[in-house]
Design a protein around this ligand. Structure first.
Ligand SMILES: *Cc1c(COP(=O)(O)O)cnc(C)c1O
Length: 225
């Protein structure tokens, strides 16, 4: 079989996740793969669905809307995670489209999501995104405010708040960032820890990731939007 089909790349990532779980003594079911399909066409997502992948990540609400409602008709068990910075005026639509929003990061967005919950009578699962490197250009709640913000989200969203997410600075060793995020999840008794991408998902698994978000290693280099 060709080594360079989407299906074989998915198999390879799954195998690497499995190996890392064994290596660090975690059960294989403890880590789920989010296939990050941003900028790739719906046909690529379909190929992944055919290969058995069910959880997908998209950065932008508009792109998610263009691709996913049609796919859901054929694959009702697919799950969509919004993983990109979310504008408050897109919160309602994000709640309609997504099963999980991983990028809750500021009080204004908390208010918008609360209003969406009132209108829809339900919410997707929510994660707090933490800017563990305190990078000015990156979204996420600043590191020193994370604990307080998680407490606020718990008060507002109760059990809908399921986890935390981070994207460590590109130039740094991600391990201390993953360790910090896992500790935060533990302190707040949150079950989900979304961390690790194509370049570092094994390190994230070693530090307790329950979801790894892998794009390039599955779909190849992203086409320019
Ligand atoms: C694009 C993206 C990913 C996937 O990154 P790759 O390096 O392509 O695996 C993961 N998480 C977020 C938040 C992203 O925006």
């Amino acid at each position: 079989m060709s080594n360079d089909t989407l299906s074989s790349r998915l198999d390879q990532i799954r195998a690497r996740i499995g190996h890392e779980c064994v290596r660090v003594g975690r059960p294989a079911e403890a880590v789920r793969l989010v296939a990050v399909s941003k900028f790739h066409p719906a046909s690529a997502v379909e190929e992944a669905l055919t290969a058995g992948q069910r959880i997908f990540g998209e950065n932008r609400v508009q792109e998610a809307r263009e691709k996913f409602p049609a796919l859901r008709e054929h694959w009702p068990d697919l799950k969509l995670h919004i993983i990109g910075s979310l504008q408050t005026n897109k919160a309602l639509e994000a709640c309609r489209l997504a099963d999980v929003i991983e990028s809750v990061d500021r009080p204004g967005l908390v208010d918008a999501l609360s209003r969406a919950a009132d209108r829809l009578g339900q919410l997707p699962d929510l994660f707090v995104q933490v800017n563990t490197g305190d990078e000015p250009q990156k979204s996420g709640v600043p590191r020193h405010e994370a604990s307080q913000f998680i407490t606020l989200c718990k008060t507002r969203f109760g059990d809908s708040l399921k986890g935390v997410m981070c994207i460590p600075p590109e130039e740094e060793d991600p391990a201390p960032h993953f360790a910090f995020l896992a500790q935060l999840a533990h302190e707040h008794e949150l079950i989900e820890c979304s961390m690790g991408m194509s370049a570092d998902f094994e390190t994230a698994i070693a530090h307790g990731a329950t979801l790894v978000r892998v794009g390039t290693a599955i779909f190849g280099t992203r086409p320019k939007p």
